[in-house]
Design a binder for this molecule. Structure first.
Ligand code: NAP
Length: 276
């Protein structure tokens, strides 16, 4: 059996803003696991050497922007979801080999179920996906598993949008040149861009969103994002990315330790930090 990792890291650049250490350390302490979770700011040119050193010490962890695709390429093997998303956000070492997974997919699916209700995956929806980076790829990987759901894809940079649309031709029914066109007639809007992370800019004017639609914003920040607040004010069901953050972290915890993650403890630690 693979020994439990004694060191857990988050690889990114920058990572100072990340709240993953807050709720992962709360979970480790609650579970009585003698390990620490720390954020490592690793520039791209240092990533290869850093990952080799982590493999040698049998460490495990998460990956965030901009390293998810680069770490996927360094893995000896990837789970089918990580393979499909083309990105790794969770890794561990087995018999000296780096294994990569993508728990953003389950994190997004869980957030969608919480917002839309029901235990079964959402079905029969037209979904506007805004963004074409790693998060959008994880979102499309999840939607691909939902019965009779299709997406309209928008991204600021059309070439990147079109590349992603080709990779996910199974669920991308069309592309849009602006976000207003993308959300017309949809039942769910997903913001998978980083718009709204650092300011109160909306990814799409809220008046353009159909009154029956729900809004999932993968971005999270104290007091929620401006997009989520505006959607609620319009009477729409809306959630930010805090629930996804906890769920992808809980799924990662379960991969590393093989025991159920203390989701309530994780959520409370995150909520307390977001409120402070
Ligand atoms: P990424 O690969 O760097 O992609 C960033 C995306 O945002 C691209 O589509 C980019 O468009 C778009 N974008 C950035 N600035 C923009 C602007 N000013 N106007 C319009 N579009 C803009 O990042 P990612 O991994 O996909 O992450 C995207 C967001 O999701 C981040 O904010 C991240 O924090 C969040 N996220 C949250 C969770 C969670 O657990 N809640 C998990 C994963 C990601 P271009 O292609 O035109 O540059």
């Amino acid at each position: 059996m693979t020994p439990r990792p004694s060191r857990l890291v988050l690889l990114g650049h920058p990572v100072r803003h990340s709240l993953s250490p807050v709720f992962q350390n709360a979970a480790l302490q609650h579970a009585g696991i003698p390990a620490r979770y720390e954020a490592l700011d690793v520039p791209l040119e240092a990533l290869d050497g850093c990952v080799r050193a982590l493999i040698a010490e049998g460490a495990a962890g998460n990956v965030t922007v901009p390293h998810k695709e680069a770490v996927a390429a360094l893995c000896a093997s990837r789970t089918p979801l990580a393979e499909r998303a083309g990105a790794v956000n969770t890794f561990w070492v087995e018999a000296g080999a780096l294994i990569g997974d993508n728990t953003d997919v389950a994190g997004f699916a869980s957030l969608a179920r919480q917002l839309l209700g029901g235990d079964a995956p959402p079905r029969d929806l037209t979904i506007a996906v805004l963004g074409a980076g790693g998060a959008a790829a994880a979102v499309l990987t999840a939607i691909e598993q939902w019965p009779n759901c299709t997406t309209i894809l928008y991204n600021r940079t059309p070439a990147r949008r079109d590349r992603l649309a080709r990779r996910f031709a199974t669920v991308v029914r069309g592309t849009a040149d602006d976000p207003v066109r993308a959300v017309a007639g949809c039942g769910l809007v997903v913001n998978a861009t980083s718009v709204g992370l650092a300011d109160d800019v909306h990814p799409v004017p809220v008046e353009a969103i159909p009154r029956t639609a729900a809004v999932l914003d993968l971005v999270y920040r104290p007091g929620e994002t401006a997009g989520v607040r505006a959607a609620r004010a319009r009477g729409l069901r809306a959630a930010d990315g805090a629930g996804m953050l906890v769920e992808q972290g809980a799924a990662a915890f379960e991969r590393w330790f093989g025991v159920p993650a203390p989701r309530d403890v994780m959520w409370n630690a995150l909520a307390e930090r977001l409120a402070s």
